[in-house]
Ligand binder design. Structure first.
Ligand SMILES: [Fe+2]
Ligand SMILES: [Fe+2]
Length: 206
């Protein structure tokens, strides 16, 4: 397993991640991934987190985004991941984060619990996230390639993410919940609602 505490190894990981991405994901997805990596690094510098670890987590967060249903089924069995039927019905919208966390660990050999969790929870969030989880969760929505068609109000969220990270997590989880229930009228992962409730309680009164 790799650690990312020496710069040579870190550079190798980024190169491998970049090669993998160009081979397995669309150009559009690759732009998004680079945007999330850059945004995660910026946010890490703002909040006193290791910018290299944040950049790598951002680079890997969507590594399973290109997987087919058959591939996801294979990896869910291989990694012993329990995925509810409602999540299978959404294609790869939620599953890629869970499968991606295990895939990043195995394929890139990254033995880092914080990076694993940041990938695993990047679509739904969860209550009481680590700093890296919150950074990747927010960077996924506010990275430079996102446009204003997004389900979240970027003009508000982009500055908010650098002023109050917990409030940004609260706002994003609310927007996601609101969009899925009112516009898509679809399944909301319980973690999304739990995340919103937790961060609303934590930030109310600030
Ligand atoms: Fe994702
Ligand atoms: Fe993403």
């Amino acid at each position: 397993m790799n650690t990312i505490n020496d710069m040579d190894n870190y550079s190798d990981l980024i190169i491998r991640a970049d090669e993998y991405m160009r081979k397995n994901l669309s150009a559009h997805r690759a732009l998004h991934i680079r945007g999330v990596a850059i945004e995660s690094r910026r946010m890490a510098l703002r909040y006193g987190y290791d910018p290299r670890r944040a950049y790598l987590a951002g680079y890997l967060h969507d590594c399973a985004k290109g997987f087919s249903r058959i591939e996801n089924e294979k990896y869910a069995v291989k990694y012993n991941i329990s995925i509810p039927e409602e999540e299978w019905s959404l294609g790869n919208a939620l599953i890629h984060s869970k499968v991606g966390a295990y895939f990043a660990k195995e394929y890139f050999g990254i033995d880092d619990k914080e990076i694993f969790d940041a990938i695993y929870y990047h679509t739904t969030g969860r209550p009481d996230m680590t700093l890296l989880e919150k950074i990747v969760f927010c960077a996924d929505f506010i990275e430079p390639m996102r446009d204003q068609d997004s389900a979240v109000p970027l003009d508000i969220l982009r500055p908010l993410a650098y002023e109050d990270l917990d409030k940004a997590v609260c706002e994003i989880s609310f927007c996601v919940y609101d969009y899925i229930t009112k516009v898509q009228k679809g399944y909301v992962c319980p973690d999304t609602k739990l995340t919103y409730d937790y961060y609303l309680r934590k930030t109310s009164g600030r």
